[in-house]
Write a protein that binds this ligand. Structure first.
Ligand code: G6P
Length: 593
């Protein structure tokens, strides 16, 4: 999704902004642009290019600059082209803006204020910058910007340059994330913590409806009426996990391999010698509620499905899982005393934020489980639990999924009467992951031989079915093979019509109660020409099973069975020559609804 970086200070804005944009590449984008201040000419140059940041870098002809703003665009309004890329400048040349988010009422504002004006782009942002210029001809620029902000419906994280005040940068935020970082050298502002790392020592995540005036050494925060808002900055500490690719060709492969280490890290963060340590106030609150509702999107929702099983089977609390974008506008009957768990790797997904705002209005208690401690959802929910997975750079989520399941298992366990040793069981999972990953390259040949068609099915029952949904999503996301995750017993009720000679069907079998049934379903598709592959555990394996994993506690099976499916997706995408870490059309953190 779109990214923003801005810098003012003694450092070189050219390299700091470009480096910041590169750090945001993982979020997904299709064009990039920047504006840099030329001190000699006393002019803000604007550069934009379709495609990668390298293309932008090659046209930036300035070596140094004390101030600049940059943007990576993930198209929402208008095609992917140079004209629609940010920054956008007002027709009078005075204001330059980069913007993340969506202005819902932009066409209304355009028709109302700019009848007959020719816009350079199809974007909502250009209307905003023209409006600012319009009001700034009548009042001080700060007042003009705040006036325009009050007129906007939708979401924004925005940086505004006024060419008449070259040492000042304005920033504003509503619903889309924006953070300010500070060091002795200057001020950096970005839409993601990753942009600040390496440049800032301290940071401040901005609240909604704040407006900030930034100079080279300092900044002042206001509300939209111009009242000064006090703030306290926090120290920026980088996670232990690096954000470099290291020995791996892709971030996705690196992150798949990090999973045993992430699991061990979660164990060390959530257990002391023998006991779980999760804030007792959180556990007490959950116990006082009758039903848990899990809200999430994408991969996190698939982790939520496993979480539901764990919370129901270990803690005995009824639990439902909802798609966040549906729940935000179509709230089902909640029953008495609902408690809400929001699961989000990024902690910024706009669909979830929309849900959380509704929950807060209704005074419902909430917990966010996220990988980003400083994220909006972590800050705004009543409670938060951290995944400790380290930065996840590949768009296709892998280690965050297993970390989410592990944290949900620990939460469920800490509210249960269970006496088994979860700490030991999780350590055994980490070991089994490692054992499988030691021979991970064998998955390449299996994948190449199997995935020869444009479609594929994953089948399983119970939690295996839920892993199948995630496995299918992963394969779709990066290989673009049309894949469905199916409840094994349901296939014969219609969808089996799609099975023909060579159709790939992958079965996940981890449960002894349903293993026989799933194997029968596998035979049904085999006899109709399907090419099959089985992922199972040693204790359930039969001759000819292709992927056999070490035995672990069956309730934790998803943590392990998902790993071969991540590698299947990886190798399918590699074989097809796709951009594995930045698949087409996708964004890592989806900050628009
Ligand atoms: C995007 C990503 C998915 C992710 C989903 C939810 O669609 O491409 O990988 O699962 O958002 O993101 P979250 O950060 O809320 O877990």
């Amino acid at each position: 999704m779109c990214g923003i970086v801005g810098y003012l200070g003694e450092g070189n804005a050219r390299s700091i902004v470009l480096e910041g944009l590169k750090r945001l590449e993982y979020r997904g984008y299709d064009s990039a642009g920047m504006s840099l201040y030329d001190e000699t000419e006393q002019y803000f140059n604007v550069y934009k290019e379709k495609g990668r940041i390298q293309a932008l870098e090659s046209i930036v002809d300035m070596e140094r600059s004390p101030m600049g703003i940059g943007h990576t665009r993930w198209a929402t309004h208008g095609k992917v082209n140079r004209e629609n890329a940010h920054p956008h400048r007002s027709a009078d040349g005075r204001f330059t803006v980069v913007h993340n988010g969506v202005i819902d009422n932009y066409s209304k504002l355009r028709d109302l204020y700019f009848d007959g004006h020719t816009f350079q782009s199809e974007t909502d942002t250009e209307v905003v910058v023209e409006l600012i210029a319009h009001y700034a001809s009548k009042m001080p620029s700060q007042d003009a910007i705040r006036k325009v902000l009050k007129m906007l419906h939708g979401s924004y994280a925005m940086l505004v340059i006024d060419a008449l005040e070259p040492g000042t940068l304005y920033a504003a935020k509503y619903k889309s994330p924006l953070l300010i970082g500070k060091s002795d050298q200057g001020i950096i502002i970005g839409s993601d913590m990753m942009a600040l790392v390496g440049t800032a020592d301290n940071y401040l995540p901005l609240d909604d409806e704040t407006f900030v005036r930034i100079t080279r050494k300092n900044f002042t925060q206001y509300d939209l009426d111009g009242e000064v808002l006090p703030y306290t900055m926090s120290k920026l500490e980088m996670d232990d996990f690096t954000s470099e690719k290291g020995e791996f060709d892709h971030y996705m492969l690196k992150e798949i391999h990090e999973q045993p280490a992430v699991l061990r890290r979660i164990i060390s963060k959530y257990f002391n010698e023998t006991h779980v340590h999760i804030d007792e106030r959180l556990l007490k609150t959950i116990r006082q509620h009758e039903r848990i509702h899990i809200l999430a999107a994408g991969t996190s929702m698939h982790a939520g499905m496993i979480g539901k099983e764990l919370l129901e089977s270990l803690a005995g609390i009824p639990c439902e899982v909802h798609i966040a974008s549906e729940f935000a506008y179509q709230q089902p009957l909640l029953g008495d005393k609902p408690f809400f768990i929001l699961i989000s790797q990024s902690g910024e997904t706009a669909d979830l934020r929309a849900c959380l705002l509704n929950l807060k209005k209704a005074n419902h208690p909430s917990l966010t489980i996220t990988n980003v401690r400083t994220s909006t959802l972590a800050r705004e929910a009543d409670h938060s639990l951290e995944l400790h997975a380290g930065p996840e750079i590949a768009v296709a989520s892998t280690k965050a999924y297993t970390a989410q399941i592990a944290v949900l298992a620990i939460l469920a366990y800490s509210m249960s009467e269970q006496t088994f040793d979860l700490k030991r069981e999780l350590s055994e999972v980490a070991q089994a992951m490692e054992h499988f990953l030691d021979r991970y390259e064998s998955v390449e040949t299996l994948t190449t031989n199997l995935l020869t068609k444009r479609n594929c099915f994953y089948i399983g029952r119970g939690s295996d079915y839920h892993v199948c949904l995630e496995a299918a999503l992963k394969l779709k996301e990066i290989s673009y093979i049309q894949t469905e995750g199916f409840a094994a017993g349901e296939l014969k009720h219609g969808t089996i019509a799609l099975i023909e000679e060579g159709t790939p069907v992958i079965a996940i079998i981890s449960n002894d109660k349903t293993a026989e049934n799933t194997r029968s379903n596998l035979s049904e598709v085999k006899s109709r020409g399907a090419h099959t592959l089985t992922i199972t555990f040693e204790s359930l394996s039969e001759n000819g099973d292709e992927i056999v994993l070490d035995n672990i506690n069956p309730s934790l099976a998803p943590l392990l069975t998902v790993i071969p499916t991540q590698l299947i997706a990886y190798y399918a995408a590699l074989k097809r020559g796709h951009d594995i870490d930045k698949p087409r059309n996708l964004a890592k953190s989806v900050t628009v609804e």
